[in-house]
Design a protein. Sequence first.
Length: 217
Amino acid sequence: MEERYLTFALGKGRLANKTLETFEKIGITCEEMKDKNTRKLVFVNEELKLRFFLAKGPDVPTYVEYGAADIGIVGRDTILEEGRNIYEVLDLGFGKCRMCICGPKEARDLLQHHELIRVATKYPRIAKDYFYNKKHQTVEIIKLNGSIELAPIVGLSEVICDIVETGSTLRENGLEVLEEVCPLSARMVVNQVSMKMEHDRITRLITDLKTVLASDK
Ligand code: PRP
């Protein structure tokens, strides 16, 4: 029987590049994907029977849940925010950053006294879970699509719930980390049916990746 293609959905951008670098170390390559000028969407490695496509980060868990991709590589922030029925099987260790509650230092008090404050974020689900389930603080969550640090500066919200990597965006805008929500990094996710149907291939892939990740440390 002809082996079926194993399909990977990669979150566009930095994560995708790091993912391809890591895959190369276990002998998985996709030459046609390296062409920076290509407008092609789906890339194939005929020999290994693998298919790759790039998608917007938040769409990766969707492709994986529906089985349009067997495997996805995406940030933990996106996995938590999308809340899809998928298996998270491996921490790839790159794309490390933190989800934090940030604001001007004067806002620190507002977090301690359970005040009704406004929280701007690209991640309403993560913010809601943190404030309602962990802190038991009632807040108003305002969904934004980017440049979240603007919100407390121009008076849209008291604090933000956002990703902090180097901390330079905060520093350059007079903001700071007030509380840490959770650590983040790139994760491999798998479709629940694929995990059963392609168990051997996927398990082998996870084992190989674990070996190179351990030797990178
Ligand atoms: C992310 C995040 C912060 C920034 C953190 O934004 O939302 O704004 O990076 O990085 P730093 O701690 O290293 O400064 P991104 O660049 O993805 O763009 P966005 O504002 O459109 O979300």
